[in-house]
Design a protein around this ligand. Structure first.
Ligand SMILES: NC(=O)c1ccc[n+]([C@@H]2O[C@H](COP(=O)([O-])OP(=O)(O)OC[C@H]3O[C@@H](n4cnc5c(N)ncnc54)[C@H](OP(=O)(O)O)[C@@H]3O)[C@@H](O)[C@H]2O)c1
Length: 217
C-alpha cells in the first residue's frame, strides 16, 4: 500500500452529521517501518467503530477530551493488525484495538493499543462492542456502580442499544428481574429474545406508583 485513506473532519456540524459536508475522505502517502520510533507500531485498521460519544467529540466545547480539530483525522476506536513494529508488546502480525482513528493506517504508540484476546467463537468486531467500551461500560456501570444483586428489579432505558442490551443481559445473569425500554415493538421483541423479562416502548410505560421514592441525587 503506497497510499492510504483517512476520514477527516471538514466542517463542524451544528446538529446532525451532513453527508458530504461534515467529513471528507483524504489520501496520503503511506507510512512505512522506517517512520517508526521505539515503542511505535504501524497499525492497519480492519474495522472502525461508530459510537454515540463521537458526536460530542465534534463540538468545539470543553469536555473530557479535546474536540477533534478541523482537518484532523476523526477520532475513533478500531481493531486491526500491527503491520510493522518497534514495540516488544505488539510485534508485527499481532492483533490489537485502540483509539487509532478513522484511518486505514496509523503510526501509534504502543500505549494507545490493547491486545486482542478473543474467547472461543468470538469475532474481531466483538472487541469494538460487547468486549469493548460498550460492554465494559455496561459491566462496570451495572456491577461496580449499580451493585446489582439477585432479586433486584432493573429498568434499562435505551435497552436495544449497544450498551443497554448488554446491561440487561448481565442483570439477568446476576439474578435480577429486567424491564427494557425501547423505541419500537420490534426492538421489544428482540429484547425478550435476549432474555429480558419484559420490554416496553416509551409511550406504553405505566405511570410510576405515587409511593415511588424520589431518585437519589
Ligand atoms: N461513558 C462511556 O464510556 C460510555 C460508553 C458507551 C456508551 N455510553 C453512552 O451510553 C449511551 C448509549 O450508548 P450506546 O452505545 O448503547 O448507543 P446506541 O447503540 O446508539 O443506542 C442508543 C439508544 O438510544 C435510543 N435513542 C434515543 N434517541 C435517539 C436518537 N436521537 N438517536 C439514536 N438513538 C436514540 C435508541 O433506542 P430507541 O430507538 O429504542 O429509543 C438507541 O437504541 C450514549 O449516551 C453513550 O454516549 C457511554
Amino acid at each position: 500500500m503506497t497510499t492510504y485513506q483517512k476520514v477527516v473532519l471538514a466542517k463542524r456540524p451544528a446538529a446532525n452529521i451532513i453527508p458530504g459536508e461534515t467529513f471528507r475522505l483524504e489520501s496520503a502517502k503511506a507510512p512505512t517501518e522506517t517512520d517508526l520510533k521505539d515503542g511505535e507500531v504501524l497499525f492497519e485498521a480492519r474495522y472502525l467503530s461508530l459510537d454515540p460519544a463521537m458526536r460530542g467529540w465534534l463540538n468545539d466545547t470543553r469536555s473530557y477530551v479535546p474536540p477533534v480539530q478541523i482537518g484532523e483525522t476523526m477520532r475513533g476506536y478500531a481493531v486491526g493488525v500491527c503491520k510493522a513494529s518497534k514495540s516488544k508488546k505488539f510485534p508485527a502480525g499481532s492483533v490489537a484495538s485502540g483509539i487509532t482513528g478513522w484511518t486505514e493506517l496509523a503510526v501509534v504508540n504502543e500505549k494507545t493499543l490493547q491486545k486482542v484476546v478473543l474467547p472461543k467463537n468470538g469475532w474481531l468486531t466483538d472487541t469494538l462492542s460487547v468486549l469493548g467500551t460498550t460492554g465494559l461500560t455496561a459491566y462496570f456501570g451495572l456491577l461496580n456502580v449499580g451493585q446489582v444483586k439477585a432479586g433486584d428489579f432493573v429498568v434499562v432505558s435505551g435497552a436495544a442499544g449497544a450498551t443497554g442490551s448488554v446491561v440487561g443481559q448481565i442483570a439477568k445473569l446476576k439474578g435480577a428481574t429486567v424491564l427494557g425500554i425501547a423505541g419500537s415493538d420490534d426492538k421489544c421483541t428482540w429484547l425478550r429474545e435476549l432474555g429480558f423479562d419484559d420490554a416496553s416502548t416509551t409511550n406504553r410505560l405505566p405511570s410510576p406508583p405515587t409511593s415511588a421514592r424520589e431518585p437519589s441525587p
